[in-house]
Design a protein around this ligand. Structure first.
Ligand SMILES: [Zn+2]
Length: 257
């Protein structure tokens, strides 16, 4: 080998070594969950309780990674360790079938002391929103009502979970359009069957012939978020009452619950 080639090879190897070292350090930086955090998950998150030992480990790692990367801020409200874990669990649950995937369109989650209106005002007269994915100046942000988030995990039997609902919107939004068709999740061959099934189920909700939250009939995006709440909170009941939809959701989210 002549010397310029040798130099180039040396430089390339040094560069690769540096990259490997950087990657290793970054991976190492994620602090594992404490015993206290793990027992909080056990107490508060039904989805986690159902996992096998190996999957629990993977769930904990994803939670730790999320907490490392995303800022969680209480707005005029005190946020506890358990609250942070509930936000992280809401994020990790929908993506649990996609190891290594992360939310690239999110920096911060704001926790509000109450419901709010469309301008993110808590004190407005018309405030009935419990969660929202921000747009415009609030891009890359999510807002959740803290009492609603706590309620969601305390009562999985209600089949509603504001955290999961908003994280599904975020996944749906990743392709540019919040339209109930998250292209990142749905392989091409499921697009048509999913649309057909979605429209059929929306029609059933409108005919009041469904136990799916009627809010799901608002539009396709809300339908996706609403059925995902049901799917992840009460999988057995969901499978029993909506076998076809359950099969489709397990394919989309790559999870058998
Ligand atoms: Zn929604």
């Amino acid at each position: 080998m002549d010397s310029p080639a040798l130099l180039l090879t040396t430089l390339l190897l040094a560069f690769l070594a540096l990259m490997a070292w950087y990657w290793f350090i970054r991976r190492r930086q994620v602090r594992p969950l404490t015993v206290e955090q793990r027992s909080l998950l056990e107490e508060e998150v039904a989805f986690y309780r159902r996992l096998s030992k190996t999957d629990k480990k993977r769930f904990e790692q994803s939670i730790a990674q999320f907490l490392e990367e995303i800022t969680i801020t209480g707005v005029e409200t005190e946020v506890t360790q358990a609250d942070r874990l509930l936000v992280a669990a809401s994020a990790v649950i929908p993506l649990f079938g996609f190891p290594g995937w992360r939310y690239r369109n999110l920096n911060e989650v704001l926790l509000y002391p109450n419901t709010f209106d469309e301008d993110y005002q808590v004190k407005a007269a018309q405030r009935d929103i419990i969660g929202m994915v921000g747009s415009g100046a609030m891009n890359r942000m999510m807002i959740l009502s803290l009492p609603a988030l706590r309620d969601s995990f305390a009562h999985p039997e209600r089949r509603q979970n504001v955290g999961i609902h908003e994280f599904i919107h975020l996944l749906d939004k990743a392709d540019g359009a919040t339209d109930g068709m998250p292209e990142v999740l749905i392989p091409q061959e499921y697009v048509m069957p999913w649309l057909k099934l979605m429209h059929h189920e929306i029609a059933e909700i409108r005919e009041e012939d469904s136990d799916i939250n009627p809010y799901g009939a608002t539009n396709e995006a809300e339908f996706l978020s609403v059925v995902a709440e049901y799917f992840f909170s009460q999988p057995e009941k969901f499978e029993h009452n909506h076998p076809e939809l359950y099969a489709m959701m397990s394919r989309i989210f790559r999870q058998e619950l």
